[in-house]
Design a protein around this ligand. Structure first.
Ligand code: HEC
Length: 161
């Protein structure tokens, strides 16, 4: 009996430890290359949930793609569903498609890092080609200037629905 208790305790600790490691501590830095590896290999964004109310491909506005898909990681989804501000570690990723709805033109993520850049909503902004080519990253003036009109909604245009 004693042995069973010890075994159970050890198993619990192992499972708990692994859950802790999976849930935190493995967030990427704001290095554009490291971030790309994270969203495509460590924690592939295509397996994340979709933005509430936008389950599939939908028409976008200029300057983004003619059609868009919008993904959010677990912390971002939780905040969206609860109507709370985006927490540290939240990632929102938009795929930008051409008019044929098939050609992936660019991938534009936003990644919340507290203290990173208050003048840009503390978001790390990125623009990548589908092969990971970095087209913009960090604190691009273009992204920030346009999204600044949405300062009051965490620099986000799309509202969950
Ligand atoms: C001229 C304005 C403008 C610029 C520049 C711009 N965006 Fe956007 N962005 C928008 C609009 C408008 C939307 C809403 C979706 C749509 O209809 O296209 C949007 C949506 C997004 C979204 C989905 C979340 C949301 O806010 O709705 C992400 C992520 C995003 N943009 C990232 C970027 C990044 C990264 C850059 C720079 C590389 C950038 N944007 C530059 C206007 C802009």
């Amino acid at each position: 009996m004693k042995r069973l208790v010890v075994l159970l305790t050890v198993t619990c600790m192992l499972v708990f430890g692994m859950a802790m490691m999976a849930s935190s501590g493995d967030m990427p830095s704001t290095d554009a290359g490291e971030f790309w590896t994270y969203i495509t290999q460590t924690n592939p964004y295509q397996k994340w949930g979709k933005w509430p109310g936008y389950p599939g491909i939908y028409p976008g506005k200029s300057p983004h793609g003619a059609y868009l898909k919008l993904f959010a990681n677990a912390p971002a989804l939780k905040a969206l569903k609860e109507g709370k501000p985006m927490p540290e570690g939240a990632i929102v990723i938009k795929e930008n498609y051409g008019k044929d709805q098939k050609t992936l033109m660019a991938i534009t993520p936003m990644y919340k890092v507290n203290g990173y850049n208050l003048e840009g909503g503390d978001w790390f902004w990125g623009k990548y080609g589908k092969d990971g080519t970095i087209m913009a990253s960090g604190k691009p003036k273009g992204c920030i200037k346009c999204h600044a009109v949405k300062k009051d909604s965490d620099w986000l245009f799309t509202e969950p629905k």
